[in-house]
Design a protein around this ligand. Structure first.
Ligand code: SF4
Ligand code: SF4
Length: 134
């Protein structure tokens, strides 16, 4: 084994991990059982690690500040934004978003902000929390 590989392995053993098992400390055999234990106060939730600065998580959208210029729609690569002509505002589908930040950069009114929120998995991509300004 090359020296650089050995060095990297040793370094990884002593550096702080960037991830942790979530939501509980040890991977449970049965998630429903683990959820019940958490509910009963017999198992603690392992908090997720802090997100790094400038992390690109779920967007927020300031609907009041939006002037309906549609520049964000032009730069969005994944059709995550849809214009609503009746209100001249936009609708944002979180499930389609690639968190590229193009809309954040181009918006003249700073309507969008990428947050540290990353717990956005769900079974319904049209759920209330996955569509902004529905
Ligand atoms: S972050 Fe990127 S993919 Fe998501 S809505 Fe903005 S432009 Fe579209
Ligand atoms: S770029 Fe900003 S102001 Fe223009 S439509 Fe999009 S969110 Fe609204």
């Amino acid at each position: 084994m090359p020296t650089s590989t050995i060095f990297t392995l040793i370094k990884q053993l002593v550096t702080k991990k960037a991830t942790n098992p979530f939501p509980v400390k040890y991977t449970p055999k049965n998630m429903h059982g683990a959820a019940k234990l958490i509910e009963d106060g017999k198992l603690e939730i392992n908090p997720p690690v802090d997100v790094p600065e400038n992390y690109r998580g779920k967007l927020t959208y300031d609907v009041d500040a939006c002037i309906g210029c549609q520049l964000c729609l032009k730069v969005c690569p994944s059709e995550a934004l849809v214009f609503k002509p009746e209100t001249r505002k936009v609708k944002h589908y979180v499930a389609r978003c690639t968190f590229c930040g193009q809309c954040v950069n181009i918006c003249p009114k700073n309507c969008f902000e990428l947050t540290g929120e990353f717990l956005i998995a769900g079974t319904d991509k049209y759920a209330d929390d996955l569509v902004l300004n529905p």
